[in-house]
Design a protein around this ligand. Structure first.
Ligand code: PBG
Length: 321
């Protein structure tokens, strides 16, 4: 008993830190509720990525923080856009890293939704926001293509538009970019745990909510179906998001499917723990480390092969020092 043959241990290689890229130079803006996480201009991003790389982290997830917003998210697919430029610079300056880019519209649309909204819907500012799926697929494919052309290794569609993986796969293949893989946000729930992230990106919906396109957390079957269809559409890795309140979904996905499963340990999951560790009387130096490793181990134990977490750099430091 307990001889440790099946011991589950989190490794640095399992972890992927998200990065927020912002315009300008020498920028390092703090994000409320997320101590230790910043919006970085490309020069500082490169420094941080180099440091993360030397700690053993090999893959990174990039989000663009844009002030240029319009109804169609046109800034998201510009060749000289922020994310595109960041990818090119990373690929030029840092070797041996896997660059993953988030493909979505919410950070680039004036209404803050993840897709193109039907005109009558936008005018009435209704609660039940309906995405124009066909138009959204066109824009998502353009974004993915622009990231791939800049050198991204993986694109990660997170808009929850129907058939987004298929549309992106076809577009990449047609453009000679078969080498670029897809990390699909397949089981992405309409969760209450995204607050600090939306604050970081200024991407909160200006009206209505995301329940029309993100999944209902009362309905686990739907999540499994979404994962299954993304795999059929060509996803190379599928993701469950958030992680902690959805360990059952991660486990079911792991049991049912054979491709790698990623879990996104999202912003409010990070913020909750940070808040506790900053306020508690329990200020032993190892408290935060022990809590984080216990939590990340639960996510891995549930079946996640990869964990996207704002704690990635801290864990890499704890495990290597
Ligand atoms: C949407 C997106 C979200 C997150 C990443 N991409 C959620 C949302 O705003 O609906 C959340 C990540 C986090 O909370 O850390 N494209």
């Amino acid at each position: 008993m307990g001889i440790g043959i099946n011991k589950v241990e989190v490794k640095v290689e399992d972890l992927i830190p998200p990065y927020f890229v912002t315009e300008g130079r020498d920028k390092r803006e703090s994000i409320s509720a997320m101590p230790g996480i910043y919006r970085l201009s490309i020069d500082n991003l490169i420094k941080d990525i180099q440091e993360s790389r030397s700690l053993g982290i090999k893959a990174f997830l990039l989000f663009g923080v844009s002030k240029k917003k319009d109804a169609y998210g046109t800034e998201a697919y510009q060749e000289d856009g922020l994310v595109q430029e960041a990818v090119r610079t990373i690929k030029k300056k840092v070797t041996g890293v896997t660059v993953i880019t988030d493909v979505c519209l919410c950070g680039y649309t004036s209404h803050g939704h993840c897709g193109i909204i039907r005109a009558q819907n936008a005018k009435r500012k209704t609660q039940n926001v309906v995405i124009d799926n066909t138009e959204t697929l066109k824009v998502l494919s353009k974004i993915a293509l622009s990231h791939a052309q800049a050198g991204a290794d993986f694109v990660a569609p997170s808009a929850m538009a129907k058939l987004q993986v298929k549309a992106i796969r076809e577009r990449l293949d047609k453009s000679g970019l078969k080498r670029v893989k897809i990390l699909a946000y397949s089981a992405k729930f309409a969760s209450n745990f995204y607050g600090p992230f939306r604050n970081a990106l200024d991407s909160s919906p200006r009206f209505g909510d995301r329940k029309g396109y993100q999944l209902d957390f009362h309905n686990p079957e739907q999540a499994i179906e979404e994962i299954e269809s993304d795999i059929k559409e060509g996803a190379d890795i599928v993701m469950v998001k958030p992680a902690l309140a959805y360990l059952d979904i991660i486990q079911r996905a792991k049991e049912k499917f054979s491709i790698p499963i990623a879990a996104y340990n999202v912003s409010a999951e990070y913020a909750m723990l940070k808040a506790y560790c900053q306020r508690t009387e329990d200020r032993r130096p190892r408290t935060e480390r022990d809590l984080v490793l216990e939590i990340l181990t639960s996510i891995k134990r549930a079946g996640a092969d990869l964990i996207i977490t704002y704690y990635a750099r801290d864990v890499a430091k704890w495990l290597t020092h």
